[in-house]
Design a protein around this ligand. Structure first.
Ligand code: Z5A
Ligand code: MG
Length: 227
């Protein structure tokens, strides 16, 4: 008698504006999944622990400088180097929570102010998305939405490169465009009001997770790719 194959895990991306509580919710969610008997693992991007991640960390903390295209490609490479491990983990039946993914990659690079000589125009969304085409596509993108006003009430910005108000405003607009842009991707986004208490937000996030688990159960077992 052959045993049925293990159903694959769900790929769940947690995205959102800065200080929306992504990492807080990922930690809570990981515990909730595991205590519900659902094997789960956290994968944070950028993953600063790898050699590519070290370069990204130096850039974000302004100890090194890179041109906008080069740092963009490093963020993408940091996801590509995790691809095989993501797929084998999912196929072994473990759900993965992504703390930021390609969507942060696109909006942060496209939000950068143009540099007159090197980049006379901002990097386009389509240029920014191209290097991530082919990566595993999440079953759901849980987007933590928070008003500028509520975000400002939370712990202050640190010293990292992108933690500036003008940049954050552009990021907010670009995330809105990305969510509304492509009708094929629309069903992937699960928008949560992240302005409530940690517990209130966690309940809304959990509903998104149940939806992702349902999609995987009803699907054909394959992990889709970013198109
Ligand atoms: N970046 C990029 O450019 N390209 C890419 O491809 C990727 C990323 C993947 C570093 O990311 C930078 O990299 C980031 C985008 C860029 N730039 N910026 N700015 P990171 O993920 O390392 O950033 P982070 O330092 O983790 O910050 P964050 O993600 O913005 O924060 P968060 O995870 O959303 O929030 P949190 O740490 O869970 O919570 C923030 C504070 O609020 C904390 O004090 C909590 O206790 C509090 N909190 C959380 N939830 C609540 C509620 N519900 N009520 C009240 N207070 C709360
Ligand atoms: Mg975080």
């Amino acid at each position: 008698m052959t045993t049925p194959p293990t159903p694959r895990g769900a790929l769940i991306a947690i995205e959102g504006l800065d200080r929306a509580g992504k990492s807080t919710q990922c930690d809570l969610l990981l515990n909730r999944l595991i205590s519900s008997g659902i094997p789960a693992k956290l994968q944070k991007f950028p993953d600063r622990s790898t050699p590519i991640g070290h370069m990204i960390n130096s850039y974000l903390t302004s100890t090194s400088n890179l041109d906008d295209q080069a740092i963009h490609l490093l963020f993408s490479a940091n996801r590509w180097e995790a691809k095989d491990s993501i797929l084998s983990t999912l196929n072994s039946g473990t759900t993965i929570l992504l703390d930021r993914y390609i969507y942060s990659g696109i909006v942060f690079s496209a939000a950068k102010p143009p540099v007159p000589v090197e980049n006379p125009k901002p990097l386009s969304v389509s240029w920014c998305k191209a290097p991530d085409v082919g990566l595993p596509r999440p079953d759901i993108i849980i987007f933590l939405n928070i008003s500028q006003e509520d975000a400002e009430k939370r712990a202050g910005f640190g010293d990292e490169r992108y933690e500036k108000k003008e940049m954050q405003e552009k990021v907010r607009k670009l995330f809105e465009e990305l969510r509304g842009e492509d009708s094929n991707d629309k069903e992937d986004w699960w928008v949560v009001n992240a302005g409530g208490t940690v517990e209130e937000v966690a309940e809304e996030v959990w509903r998104g997770v149940l939806e992702a688990l349902k999609r995987v159960k009803e699907g054909n077992g394959e992990v889709r790719s970013i198109e």
